[in-house]
Design a protein around this ligand. Sequence first.
Ligand SMILES: O=C(O)c1ccc(O)c(O)c1
Ligand SMILES: [Mg+2]
Length: 596
Amino acid sequence: MRTSIATVSLAGTLPEKLRAAAAAGFDAVEVFEPDLLACPLRPAQVRALAEDLGLGIALFQPFRDPDDVDAAVVARTRERLRRKAALTAELGCDLVLVCSAVHAGAVRDDDELAAQLAALADVAAGHGVRLAYEALAWGAHVADYRHGARVVALADHPGLGTCVDSFHVLSRGDDPDAIATLDKLFFCQVADAPLLGMDVLPWSRHHRLFPGQGGFDLARFQRAVTAAGYDGPVSLEVFNDLYRQSDPRRAAVDAMRSLRHLADLTVPGTLPAAPAPAGWAFVEVAASGPGAPAVADLLGALGLVRTGTHRRGDVDLWSAGEDVQVVVNHRATSERARLSSLGLRAPRPHLLAERARELLAPVVHRPVGPGEAEIPSLVAPDGTWVQFCGPAPDWRDDFVPTGLGPAGEPSLLAVDHVALPQPFAGFDSAGLFLTTVLGMEPGELVEVGAPDGLLRSRAYRSGDDTVRIALNVGPTSATLRGRPLAAGHVAFATDDVFATARRFAAAGGHVLAVPANYHDDLAARFGLEEAFCDALREHGLFYDRDDSGGELLHFFTRAVSREFFVEVLQRRGGYRGFGSAGTAVRLAAQREHPAG
Ligand SMILES: O=C(O)c1ccc(O)c(O)c1
Ligand SMILES: [Mg+2]
């Protein structure tokens, strides 16, 4: 697959966009006209820069409102196209994207429209340039790609073909399969989008996403494009408000990652297959200075025991049984405790690492001392490390046992999930990392009204549902006001949350206090027995129940920092959610009791 990206998808000046696209490995770009207009480089200089960077210019766009019922406008349009075709040739490019008309003067008769487009194709051909006609979903007369292709067929000009754009096809709910029957497919643009019930124009101009980040079935779209015999560039055209203000080099990496993943979905085997991670080996908390004893106190009160110290010091291993392993790393530069690394069990860690490399997630190699396990590690977009722990060598060999063991049966049985706070503009990027590199499945987007604004959250699960990672992003205003939400945590599973809460409190732990109003509402909503409700109240427990009667009982510890606290939960009867119905109450309670 030849890869391309429209310059409108990236922030920066035109040269910055070209450099970012080249650095991410794109073969070509579409030059978006406003980027050229604002650029001091002349078209020939842009061509030279692109050539230096090893980038082709696949398309110049957009040429708008190509047809008109008024003959005087038609004449002006031809002259306008003549100039743009000449400019396109100067760019070293031979294709102009022509959008279906959206203006009041749009021609409503297909024969007349075809005749006007054929005349434009003649003008362009004089400069060695062809035209790709794209049906905009909000086009005045042509909004459906099949209609656009019929007009192209009527025009019957060798220099006029169709451009399909997944957004315009899928946003309207049109069947993409008929793309396979198009015989003059000149260009292919792809974009994903969240499934929003809103007007299609603002949806397109503000909310497009890279493939895999939204709700469209792009693999089906792409299979139809391939079946049409199309072998030109597949070009990302992503109008997105956040990517437009992000670092273009990082956005271009997301873009390429999404495209390589789409290629693999379209033709399986394009990427090295890698089994998804299968469970937690450990979670790692970075905590230095005064933050460190607070973490140790918290883990101790939860019944974890310091079972090992790292061979090179400054890192402790805390355990509760086999499946609850917490690494506490005191080498961190920041004193604010936070989840810093996720250790995932991977049957074949080097395969996952190889796939990660293909998806532009560079594998970092930790310094490995004598006798230590080499663990392939990645850095997720938010800076969290993701480490792949194979069956052998055992990552625990890096730790010298302290000889301490658990006192009695541990009440924490497993890591249930972790939640990672994301920067405001980083939510979709982090999600793409989890779905493509780690092969996780995204869940529903959850929005929670918190005291300082809206929290958005989405959970991702591994195929076998052993690894669950929730990404949270808070409102910008809370960050601006210096009060980022307490959003990073690890949740441990227990089979007796009441006993765990009692032991935690008896060991000096602080359960986050829950307002009485919350429990009153629970009783009303679920018709809970009074005694049960009193027990929830007494232990500071949150409660949720799903439609099939599954239940979640859980409590939160007081936060150690804004980015670290612990949740203890008990799932009953196959409850699969995360208790998000209580999140607003939890966030408000954490605001009442901010981290020390
Ligand atoms: O929003 C637009 O105007 C616009 C322009 C060019 C495109 O290729 C497109 O899909 C949309
Ligand atoms: Mg388009």
